[in-house]
Write a protein that binds this ligand. Structure first.
Ligand SMILES: Nc1ncnc2c1ncn2[C@@H]1O[C@H](COP(=O)(O)OP(=O)(O)OP(=O)(O)O)[C@@H](O)[C@H]1O
Length: 260
């Protein structure tokens, strides 16, 4: 479980997040939504331990994240950021293997090679193994980065719970792989992984999310749970655009039709 207590974050005297209180249960799929600049990526970086709070605390499995060193963090959580530029030429397989760096010293072991194979199979990029990463299309590169973070957490088990943090993981993916990535992430929540994802597409989030947290102007505006009551007033307040929920038969969630 992740527990966020009275979290504040400021940079250059600018307050970016304030009074954030959150509980993210283990093995859940949490989606963070909000307008551009609301503070979502900053919150995710704080949950990842990549940024330190200005005030408040974040506890990961009851451990204050500020007490965890880089290796402990890397063995516990994987982070897919929005930017994943690599300044030097590596093959796709070498990039995916980077996800295993926290688990071996000089040379990957057989288990590391197996996990890399499995991660690449999940995102259907086995055939790209020897391709130079810099030669990939935007969507292919995003798939490979997903494989890298999968490789970091695929060995999670009940004794070794892990966290997968995804910042707009489908922004460059075609529709099939948007759903494939979401299905993989959902499946992982049944295998001792807790998933936290920033998404902009509410209709992609609804079939998979256990919780939706809406961030507005650096504050937690509201949190929703199934059956998700997404109202016109909510989308106007959070995104500045009206909407109408349309029931989808035999599902526990609506389709949200936006009305500019
Ligand atoms: N290093 C920084 N220095 C100054 N301002 C920053 C810094 N990082 C973030 N901000 C500001 O904090 C605010 C929140 O940024 P953040 O990236 O968390 O938003 P977001 O909700 O993820 O937005 P988007 O949907 O556009 O990705 C923005 O106004 C941004 O300009």
């Amino acid at each position: 479980m992740i527990e966020v207590k009275n979290l504040e974050f400021s940079i250059h005297k600018k307050q970016i997040l304030q009074q954030i209180e959150l509980k993210i249960p283990k093995n859940s799929f949490t989606v963070i939504m909000g307008a551009n600049g609301a503070g979502k990526s900053t919150l995710l970086q704080l949950l990842a331990g990549s940024l330190l709070p200005t005030a408040g605390n974040i506890f990961m499995d009851s451990v204050d994240m500020q007490t965890m060193n880089a290796r402990q963090l890397a063995q516990k959580r994987a982070v897919l950021s929005q930017q994943y530029y690599l300044p030097f030429a590596l093959t796709v397989r070498e990039v995916v293997m980077m996800g295993r760096y926290p688990f071996f010293n000089n040379h990957p072991k057989a288990i590391d090679e197996d996990i890399v194979d499995k991660a690449m199979q999940l995102m259907d990029v086995q055939d790209l193994g020897n391709t130079i990463y810099q030669h990939l299309s935007g969507g292919e590169a995003q798939k490979v980065q997903m494989c890298r973070v999968l490789a970091q957490i695929l060995d999670a088990d009940e004794q070794n719970e892990k966290y997968l943090l995804l910042d707009e993981p489908v922004s460059q993916l075609d529709i099939k792989y948007q759903y494939q990535l979401m299905q993989i992430a959902k499946q992982l929540t049944r295998q001792s992984v807790t998933v936290i994802a920033i998404l902009h597409d509410i209709n992609l989030a609804l079939p998979f999310a256990d919780t939706l947290h809406f961030i507005k102007d650096g504050c937690l505006f509201t949190s929703l749970y199934p059956p998700f009551q997404i109202t016109d007033s909510l989308t106007k307040a959070v995104f500045g655009i009206g909407s109408m929920p349309l029931p989808i038969p035999n599902t526990g969630y609506p389709f949200i039709y936006f009305q500019p």
